[in-house]
Design a protein around this ligand. Structure first.
Ligand SMILES: O=C(O)CCC(=O)C(=O)O
Ligand SMILES: [Fe+2]
Length: 352
C-alpha cells in the first residue's frame, strides 16, 4: 500500500563524466562508486552522463505528442500491442506498440504462482505505454516495431531509433563501469550485449483521483523489480517514484526528480548473474507530492511521463554465476537470457 512510511531520497548521485571522459584514475574511482551504490541500493542517479539535456527534453516532447494521438490511431491494429492471449505460446512476441491503461500489471510475485498473479492483476496499473525494441539483430527479427505512420507523427520513428542507439552507447559504458568495479575485464558484460534485446518504453500516467491512488484501489506502478540487466530511467519533474530502503525493508526512499539526471538500476538478471552481489531493488510509482485542487471535491494528480530503457542480454547466451563472486557456491543454475526473459514476461500481463 502506498501509505507505508517514506524518507526523502538519500540515493546517491554521481557525475558520470569521470567515467565517460576521465583519466584512468577517474574511471576507476567512478566505477567503484557506481558499483558500490549498486551493491547497496541497486539504484544510482547519473549526471553528466553524455546524453544532452536538449535530447532528453526532445524525448519528452515526442512522448507527449505520441500519447496525444487520437485513440483510434493508438488502438489501431498497426500500432496496438497484441493481447498476449491472442498469440498462445508465443509470449515473447507481444511487446511492441501501444498498450492502453490496464493492460499490464507489474508485480514481484513468483511467475509460477498463477492464483496469486490473477488476484494481484485485479488492481490495474493506471498507465498507458508505448514500447519499441531494437531495430537490429534478433530483437527486430522476433517482432517488428510498430510506429505511428509517417503522416500521423513525422520524425518520431527516426528520433526513437537514434535515441535508442545513444542510450545503448551509454548502457555499454555503464556495463563497463560495473565490470571494472567488480574487478572483471572491462568488456566482460559488453560481450553479452552484442545483440541486446532491449526495450524502450514510453509511459504516461494519466491524471487520476488522488484518493484512488492513496487508498491502493489502483496503482501507478505497483512494487516490482525489473528483470533485465540494468534499466536507465528518464523521468519528468512530477515525482512519485520510490525505491525500497535497503536499511529498512517495507519502507521507501523518495526518488526525487533531479534535473538532467538519469536513474540507473540493477535488474534481476544481473543480480542473479552476480550471485546477489548487486541488488535488484523493489520500486514503485505512487501519487506525486504536488497537489492540484480542481473543485467539486475532486483532487487530481498531475499526469506523469517517464521512459525506462530496459537492457536485456543476448537471448542466446547462457549466463552463469561470475566465478569470482561464487563465495560459498552459486545460488542459481545457469540460464540463457532468452529463457529467463520469457519466464518473467509471462507474469506481467493482465491475463494469459
Ligand atoms: O515510471 C517510472 O518512473 C518507473 C517505471 C518502472 O519502474 C518500470 O516500468 O519498470
Ligand atoms: Fe521498474
Amino acid at each position: 500500500m502506498p501509505s507505508t512510511s517514506v524518507l526523502d531520497s538519500s540515493l546517491p548521485v554521481f557525475d558520470f563524466s569521470g567515467f565517460r571522459a576521465g583519466t584512468s584514475e577517474e574511471r576507476m574511482k567512478t566505477a567503484n562508486r557506481v558499483t558500490y551504490a549498486f551493491k547497496t541500493y541497486g539504484f544510482v542517479y547519473l549526471v553528466n552522463h553524455g546524453l544532452p539535456k536538449e535530447r532528453i527534453q526532445a524525448l519528452f516532447d515526442w512522448s507527449k505528442k505520441l500519447f496525444l494521438l487520437p485513440q483510434e490511431v493508438l488502438m489501431s491494429p498497426e500500432l496496438r500491442r497484441p493481447e498476449p492471449e491472442s498469440i498462445p505460446g508465443n509470449l515473447q512476441i507481444c511487446a511492441r506498440g501501444y498498450g492502453p491503461v490496464g493492460m499490464e500489471k507489474l508485480s514481484n510475485l513468483d511467475p509460477n504462482d498463477e492464483n496469486g498473479l490473477k488476484a494481484h492483476r485485479g488492481i490495474p496499473d493506471a498507465k498507458e505505454l508505448f514500447e519499441t525494441g531494437p531495430y537490429w539483430g534478433i530483437g527486430q527479427e522476433r517482432e517488428p516495431n510498430r510506429y505511428p505512420s509517417k503522416d500521423v507523427l513525422p520524425g518520431f520513428e527516426e528520433f526513437v531509433k537514434e535515441f535508442f542507439m545513444e542510450a545503448q552507447e551509454l548502457t555499454l559504458d555503464i556495463l563497463r563501469s560495473i565490470a571494472i568495479g567488480l574487478g572483471l575485464e572491462e568488456n566482460y558484460f559488453v560481450h553479452y550485449h552484442e545483440d541486446a534485446d532491449n526495450l524502450f518504453r514510453f509511459l504516461r500516467y494519466p491524471p487520476i483521483e488522488r484518493a484512488t491512488l492513496s487508498s491502493g484501489e489502483t496503482a501507478r506502478t505497483s512494487p516490482h523489480t525489473d528483470f533485465g540487466t540494468i534499466t536507465i530511467l528518464f523521468q519528468d519533474d512530477v515525482g512519485g517514484l520510490q525505491v525500497e530502503n535497503p536499511e529498512n525493508p517495507g519502507t521507501y526512499l523518495v526518488a526525487t526528480p533531479v534535473e538532467g539526471s538519469v536513474i540507473v538500476n540493477v535488474g534481476d538478471f544481473l543480480m542473479r548473474w552476480t550471485n546477489d552481489s548487486l541488488k535488484s531493488n523493489l520500486h514503485r510509482v505512487v501519487e506525486p507530492p504536488a497537489e492540484r485542487e480542481l473543485g467539486d471535491g475532486l483532487e487530481l494528480t498531475k499526469e506523469r511521463f517517464s521512459m525506462p530503457y530496459f537492457v536485456q542480454a543476448d537471448r542466446s547466451k547462457v549466463v552463469e554465476c561470475i566465478e569470482s563472486l561464487k563465495g560459498d557456491g552459486a545460488k542459481y543454475p545457469p540460464i540463457s537470457a532468452g529463457e529467463y526473459i520469457n519466464l518473467r514476461t509471462n507474469a506481467v500481463f493482465k491475463s494469459y
